[in-house]
Design a protein around this ligand. Structure first.
Ligand code: NAP
Length: 519
């Protein structure tokens, strides 16, 4: 039985057989591994990362840290095919969906590596311009950011075992903080292989990157005011982490990326058959079914003008019918199973709750057989589309994130004001996509509802030829949303480094202040 290892204190650690949680291939339901962190000394892991890894990183300039990230990216790329295979068998993602995770990981590391190289020999982050504070420039002020002298603990969700680890690690390491990464147990085999490849490449100084496979144990009890916790996962777990007594008592910085009821909004100016209409249909179908809907950025609510209802339903169902659900290793399949039995149960329960306020207009609401999968096996749910009974939708449609290939159409009057109001019922989302060729409509929506999402994907015929889809979290744009989305902020270029550094105000002689900031 495969037992995924942890890497702490500069060494590999394997829990004893029989102590772990079983992991299954989501297509065949065969047991493929057992994961546990039982026996790991979390206190020593934290101390080693802080003392060895942190000290080593703070000696380096941004450019040198950038080189480490590029080395990490190359280490992942060198085992790309192996990672894609592992993702298909252990996470149930198709090869295309696996690329989204694996290439996203190496690409994001490379992006931050390049940013580091552009920053050159500096090791301090400048923060705005300097200014005269006294009668003359003798007394001078400026802000800067310095690395926190602690460890960054990263807790990730099951749906992006490679990218989730990489996007957080890239920012922390560039800022000068060592990382302890803890993937979700169910898909940790991919993360374990990523860390193995990076450790074997020898690119990182001792203590810069540690891995915990299995539960966090008493890890949080060992953290202090210089440490950071960055979490991605469900709102329930987020609340438990936020309210951990030691994290509260020591004011440990906690960043949360949680649930999100993302919306795609079709404006009333978009005519059936137009370029923007076709983009809307193509992208919404993709954002409902990519990774079997197990994406924090997936479209959960679709707002459509009343008069476009019939045409939208026809086009969207036609597009969803091209999805073939089944084994990721079958060439005809373009949507895999859900990741775990728990996920399957939770999605079926969510579908049943949505049925109370919406009509199912595509899908069955039940587990289905997967093409190329053993009969009766696999956590398969076909794409499922609901239509809200009430105009605008009600209740769970705006409250419950069903983390699978499930979405709900809500009719509205086509105005930007109503659309913004409906979007706000989600209580804060990661991304909202607006499909309109009217700048007036788009600007009005942003003015009325701009504070309810972390990112707005403004789709129109003018950008259609380069549109990547709203689900792509680009390293240069902010990832994170207000309210129920967790209130966190990741990526966004160098903004991501804020979490891992302390902003300081410097007041003194101009030469002393400027000399430090430029060091
Ligand atoms: P989850 O059950 O909350 O687990 C997330 C992570 O937290 C896992 O690594 C889990 O470890 C760990 N964990 C569980 N209980 C913990 C505790 N008491 N203390 C510390 N860590 C704990 O979420 P999930 O099912 O993996 O992911 C699905 C959710 O993530 C969805 O709601 C989705 O919206 C959200 N998500 C959000 C984003 C975003 O960027 N906003 C991105 C991806 C996913 P174990 O697996 O070992 O239990």
């Amino acid at each position: 039985m495969k037992i995924p290892r942890s890497h702490v204190g500069g060494n590999w650690f394997q829990a004893k057989e029989g102590s772990g949680v079983e992991l299954r291939d989501p297509t065949t339901e065969e047991v493929i591994a057992s994961v546990s962190s039982s026996g790991l000394n979390m206190g020593e892991a934290v101390q080693h990362a802080r003392v060895k890894g942190g000290a080593a990183l703070r000696e380096l300039s941004h450019a040198s840290r950038g080189e480490l990230l590029i080395g990490m990216s190359k280490a992942l790329h060198s085992i790309r095919d192996e990672l894609l295979e592992l993702s298909m068998t252990s996470c149930g993602t198709t090869r295309k969906d696996s690329k989204f995770d694996i290439d996203g990981a190496s690409g994001t590391l490379y992006h931050y590596g390049s940013l580091g190289q552009e920053m050159g020999d500096s090791s301090i982050l400048e923060d705005g311009e300097g200014e005269q504070l006294g009668r003359s420039s003798v007394f001078w002020g400026r802000h800067a950011r310095v690395p926190r002298v602690g460890v960054a603990v990263h807790i990730n969700a099951f749906n992006f075992p490679a990218w989730g680890f990489a996007e957080k690690a890239a920012a922390a390491i560039l800022a000068g903080m060592p990382v302890i990464t803890k993937p979700a147990s169910s898909t940790c085999l991919v993360t374990e292989r990523c860390i193995e490849a990076i450790v074997d490449s020898g690119v990182l100084p001792d203590g810069v990157l540690s891995l915990i496979s299995g539960s966090v144990g008493d890890l949080f009890d060992h953290l202090n005011e210089q440490d950071v916790v960055a979490f991605t996962g469900s709102a329930d777990t987020a609340l438990r982490i936020r309210s951990h007594p030691n994290l509260l008592a020591r004011s440990v910085s906690v960043n949360i990326e949680a649930d999100s009821l993302n919306a795609a909004v079709l404006a009333s100016d978009v005519e059936p058959g137009s370029e923007t209409w076709n983009l809307f249909v193509r992208e919404v179908a993709k954002e409902v079914t990519q990774k079997s809907g197990q994406k924090c950025t997936a479209v959960r609510r679709i707002f459509i003008p009343e008069e476009s209802r019939d045409a939208v339903v026809e086009s969207l169902i036609e597009e969803l019918q091209t999805r073939v659900t089944g084994s990721p290793t079958d060439d005809s399949v373009n949507m895999g199973p859900l990741a775990t039995q728990d996920q399957l149960e939770s999605v079926l329960e969510g579908i049943s709750k949505l049925s109370e306020v919406a009509d199912m207009i595509h899908g069955t609401g039940e587990r289905c057989e997967g093409v190329g999968a053993p009969e009766g096996k696999g956590y398969f749910v076909a794409p499922t589309l609901f239509e809200a009974r009430e105009t605008g939708g009600a209740g769970v449609i705006h409250e419950l994130e069903v983390f699978g290939p499930v979405s709900t159409l809500c009719r509205y009057d086509g105005t930007s004001a109503t659309a913004a109001c409906l979007n706000s019922l989600g209580a804060g989302t990661l991304v909202t996509s607006l499909y309109s060729d009217s700048e007036e409509w788009t600007h009005d929506f942003l003015q009325k509802g701009g504070s309810y999402s972390g990112r707005f994907y403004l789709a129109s015929e003018r950008m259609a030829s380069q549109a990547p889809g709203s689900g792509l979290a680009l390293p240069s744009s902010l990832h994170g949303g207000p309210g129920r989305a967790g209130g966190g902020a990741e990526l966004g270029g160098l903004r991501a480094l804020d979490l891992y550094s302390q902003r300081i105000a410097l007041q003194g002689a101009k030469r002393t202040v400027e000399g430090f900031v430029r060091s």
